[in-house]
Write a protein that binds this ligand. Structure first.
Ligand code: PRP
Ligand code: URA
Length: 209
């Protein structure tokens, strides 16, 4: 079974606390999605392999560490994952980006796929699937199914807030995928929203509804 990592960093706790407030503005909410994603990514990339490279400083030759391969890809689940990807690109500007379009049918809560565009060499890359909310887990499972069907195997999932129900479903469906979570919440309500949660992430980022 892969790792489930729940963040305990005070900056992440503080920023998610601001995002949960119903009075937080669209602009502030959007900025915080990027910032928290960047902080979670810092942890999620902790085990990236390094290699030794010889360089010259202004004074002498020395050996420094460099990330090996540099074959990374960020895969946001649309719409809300897009702003997480923006934040992560600040840390890893050379990563490629693959877009996965899914939305939840409001009645069945099952994901509906409408778009998928990945880098042509995605199967050779380590993929970070990003979505602020892991609720029932349907969207995350469908996104990762879709990646695996295309031969992609090195997959991590990053979210800001998760419900226990979603973590369990994702772990059962994809036990090989590491899951990085900003805050683990209490449960889902009858409409499939996370409690206490922060509402509908996409609507809060884009000011829809
Ligand atoms: C939200 C969220 C996830 C999904 C989580 O997206 O960003 O993708 O719901 O729910 P689940 O774990 O139960 O599948 P939504 O379907 O509202 O689409 P949007 O981002 O386009 O608003
Ligand atoms: N999607 C959201 O954006 N929020 C939730 O609480 C559940 C699913």
């Amino acid at each position: 079974m892969a790792a489930v990592v729940i963040m305990d960093h005070p900056l992440i706790q503080h920023k998610i606390g601001i995002m949960r407030r119903k009075d937080t503005s669209t602009k502030e909410f959007r900025d915080l999605v990027s910032e928290v994603a960047m902080l979670i990514c810092y942890e999620a990339t902790r085990n990236l392999p390094l290699k030794d490279v010889e360089i010259e400083t202004p004074l002498t030759k020395t050996v420094v560490k460099e990330i090996e391969g540099k074959k990374l890809c960020i895969a946001p689940i649309l719409r809300a994952g897009l702003h997480m990807a923006d934040g992560i690109l600040n840390l890893i500007p050379n990563a490629k980006v693959g877009h996965i379009g899914l939305y939840r049918n409001e009645e069945t809560l099952e994901p509906v796929e409408y778009f998928c565009k990945l880098p042509s060499d995605a199967a050779k890359r380590e993929i970070f699937v990003v979505d602020p909310m892991l609720a029932t887990g349907g969207s995350a499972v469908a996104a990762i199914d879709l990646l695996k069907k295309r031969g992609i195997s090195k997959i991590h999932f990053l979210c800001l807030i998760a419900a226990p129900e979603g973590v369990e479903r994702l772990q059962n469906a994809h036990p090989d995928v590491n899951i990085f979570i900003g805050n683990l919440d209490e449960r889902l309500n009858d409409l499939g929203y996370i409690l206490p949660g922060l509402g509908d992430a996409g609507d809060r980022i884009y000011g829809t509804k």
